[in-house]
Design a protein. Structure first.
Length: 158
């Protein structure tokens, strides 16, 4: 969970096995490369409970490895505590956003800023589509969108 004096971000998608673990791994690598990892708490989670404890999708792991990124993430569901402990909760699509805003209403005085990760995309692609039923190419597209968005998010929050 977020520690005092640190920035914090939770990336969220439906199952926490495709988009959000890619975003988490990409952002962690960017923060590491920028020398600011120690200033961040970074995690990812799901709006659903379908994949709790699962590793990311094999196609997502293949995509990350292709780009020199490793992850040991295990899927987890977003908790009420996340709304209190994270500064930013960045999700992938309108359905995630609706689910998160609904869950946030049950948390008194939550502090998290809930946004679409795509709102940081310089190419203005607001939605990061779920690649689960797609091809390896769809995972590459998610990766490219996450790189653009995470870069802009990190630059906005040094």
């Amino acid at each position: 969970m977020a520690a005092t004096g640190k920035n914090s971000v939770l990336f969220v998608c439906l199952g926490n096995i495709c988009r959000s673990p890619i975003a988490e791994a990409v952002f962690r690598k960017m923060a590491t490369d920028a020398g600011v990892l120690d200033k961040w708490v970074i995690d990812s989670g799901a709006t659903s409970d379908w994949n709790i404890g699962s590793s990311p999708d094999a196609r997502g792991l293949t995509c990350l490895r292709k780009h020199g990124i490793e992850t040991s993430h295990r899927a987890r569901q977003v908790t009420k505590e996340d709304f209190m402990s994270f500064q930013y909760i960045l999700c992938m699509d309108q359905s995630n956003l609706s689910d998160l805003n609904r869950k946030a209403k049950s948390v008194n005085n939550y502090k998290a800023k809930i946004e679409l990760l795509g709102s940081y995309d310089p190419q203005k692609q607001l939605i990061i589509n779920d690649p689960y039923y797609g091809s390896q190419e769809d995972f590459e597209k998610v990766y490219d969108q996450c790189v653009r968005c995470c870069k802009a998010f990190l630059e906005a929050n040094p």
